[in-house]
Structures are given as structure tokens and as C-alpha cells.
Design a protein around this ligand. Structure first.
Ligand code: GDP
Length: 297
């Protein structure tokens, strides 16, 4: 569907006269292509513009290595700059779960993959970190939501909080904390209800749950295929609730992953995990190089 950026740049450089160093004009021409490729990969315009400026400063005047073409060299510079932009100081896969029971709050819009991701991360905590996890669904609106989490719990061998009809999300959060403390769990995960779009009611509810649970991690789960919408959602949640990171789901789809670059630049929050399918193992910690490769195509 897309012309790959490496091919595109080779084409541009084939038309240019060969020189010993990357001239400002060469770099400018190449970076026009990079900017178009970034926009096609759904990176937002201001982020693409800033990024290209940064690369331009790095690339101008660099000697062209004999073993690679100028096109390949620019691709490498762009790749390294993407990785640099996407890499934070923290270890994305390391969840803060000391002082048991550690609460993890899962937030996001409906259909983003929140419940699935809650179970995937619970399984990972159990198998990789050897933790005892309790999951609780706070979705009192969709009758099937609490059952959905219970079914996943049975499937992965992780306990879920028994369902009590008629309780509010805050009541359920309190009960989860109590059960996690009494039951000697290391972690309890609160799967909040989503809405089709961000509204005051949703935010007020999540805020109330946050205040009761005092979470160590608040992970926002967003559909990576929704591109800029995912970034706007993250901006809203960060502003109102405060998040400790983002999980980008559906990265097994054919989206180009540009949302990842904008996410970091716009919200300042790290992407912690990536969802790669519907199965319970289809989650991995965020690898900047993989997304960079994908954005470049
Ligand atoms: P929630 O409303 O945010 O809790 O969303 P769900 O967890 O119910 O997920 C909605 C749908 O997306 C389900 O059919 C999931 O199996 C699917 N889903 C979740 N994460 C991923 C992912 O990373 N890749 C793919 N392909 N599907 C996913």
C-alpha cells in the first residue's frame, strides 16, 4: 500500500549528483520524503515537523560512508532519531508492584482492549514475575463485562473478585482492596468501565476510583489503529486522571504505528506495552526499535 521509505529515499538520491558529504540540499530533499512518510504513518503534523528539523540538523554535513548509499545513510539517521525519540529513561515492562497488594488501574475507552489487556498483563505478572494477582471488573454498565473478565481469569488461572450485583465502581474497588489484602495477593488490577467517547461521567467515575485505590500504576489502553484519536484520548486522561503509561493495542494490524511517536511527544508518557492479538500471550513490552522499523516501512 505504501511505498517504503528506504525505496523512496534511494529514488531521490539516484537523481542527485554524487558528492562526498550530505549537502544541505540533499538532506532537505530527502527529509521532504521523510515528512510525507511520517504523515502517512499517522504521525501528527507538528510532531513530524519537529522531528524532521532535528534530523536535518544531525544529517547535514555528515560524510557519506563508502559502504552505503546516501539514501541508506539518511534512513539510518532517521531510524536512530526515531528510536531516540521513542526511548525513555524507564524500563517499559517493569510494573511498580512493590508493597503488596499493589493496585493497578486500567483505564480507557470502550472497545480499546482494556479487559483483554488486563488479563494479558495479569498472566504476565503471574508467569514472568511469579506474582499472585486478583482482577476485578468495575464495569457495572455492560452486563457481560464482569463475566468476560471472570471467563478470562479462569482461562489463565488468575482469580477474579466475586461478582456482587448492585455495587458501585467505588464499592467494588474497596472490596477488591480488602480481598487482596486479606487474601495475600501481590497485585490487584481494577478494570474500569469505558465509554464510547470521553465524557464527564466517565472521568468523574475513574477519578473517584483512583482516589479510593491510590494506584501504583495507571495504564491507559488505547487502540493503536486509531492514530491521532488515541493520542487525543491519552492527552485527556493524562490531564484529568494522570497516567503512568500507555498500552497500544491492535499493533498486530496493518497500522503504521505513527501514533506511538506522537504519543510520547504529545503526552510525555511512555508506551509500556503493545498488544499484538486477541490471545492471552499476545502482549509484549514496548520496543522502540520495532516501532521505528515499522514507521519507516
Ligand atoms: P474493552 O472494551 O476496552 O475492555 O475491550 P476488550 O478487551 O473487550 O477488547 C475488544 C476486542 O478487541 C476484543 O475482541 C479483543 O479480543 C480485541 N483485542 C484486544 N486487544 C487486541 C490486540 O492487541 N489485537 C487484536 N487484534 N485484537 C485485540
Amino acid at each position: 500500500m505504501f511505498e517504503n521509505l528506504s525505496e523512496r529515499l534511494s529514488g531521490v538520491f539516484d537523481r542527485l549528483t554524487k558528492q562526498g558529504a550530505l549537502s544541505e540540499d540533499d538532506v532537505k530533499t530527502a527529509l521532504r520524503e521523510v515528512r510525507v512518510a511520517l504523515l502517512e504513518a499517522d504521525v501528527s503534523l507538528p510532531v513530524a515537523r519537529d522531528f524532521v528539523k532535528k534530523v536535518q540538523e544531525q544529517a547535514t554535513g555528515q560524510a557519506v560512508t563508502k559502504s552505503v548509499t546516501p539514501g541508506q545513510q539518511v534512513v539510518k539517521i532517521v531510524h536512530d532519531a526515531l528510536v531516540d525519540t521513542l526511548t525513555g529513561e524507564e524500563d517499559p515492562g517493569e510494573l511498580k508492584i512493590d508493597n503488596p497488594p499493589a493496585p493497578i488501574l486500567m483505564v480507557g475507552l470502550q472497545g480499546g482492549g482494556k479487559t483483554t489487556t488486563t488479563a494479558k498483563l495479569a498472566k504476565r505478572l503471574k508467569e514472568k514475575n511469579g506474582k499472585r494477582v486478583l482482577m476485578a471488573s468495575l464495569d457495572v454498565y455492560r452486563p457481560a463485562a464482569q463475566d468476560q473478565l471472570a471467563v478470562l481469569g479462569t482461562q489463565i488461572g488468575v482469580d477474579t473478585l466475586p461478582i456482587v450485583k448492585g455495587q458501585s465502581p467505588v464499592d467494588i474497588a474497596k472490596r477488591a482492596k480488602q480481598q487482596a489484602t486479606m487474601g495475600g495477593y501481590d497485585v490487584y488490577m481494577l478494570d474500569t468501565a469505558g465509554r464510547l467517547s470521553i465524557d464527564e461521567e466517565l472521568m468523574a467515575e475513574v477519578e473517584a476510583v483512583r482516589d479510593v485505590a491510590n494506584p501504583r500504576e495507571t495504564l491507559l489502553v488505547v487502540d493503536g489503529l486509531t492514530g491521532q484519536d488515541a493520542v487525543h484520548t491519552a492527552e485527556n486522561f493524562e490531564e484529568r486522571i494522570g497516567i503512568s503509561g500507555v498500552v497500544l493495542t491492535r499493533m498486530d494490524g496493518d497500522g503504521r504505528g505513527g501514533a506511538a511517536l506522537s504519543m510520547r511527544a504529545v503526552t510525555g508518557k511512555p508506551i509500556r506495552f503493545v498488544g499484538l492479538g486477541e490471545k492471552m500471550d499476545a502482549v509484549e513490552e514496548f520496543h522502540p526499535e520495532r516501532i521505528a522499523g515499522r514507521i519507516l516501512g
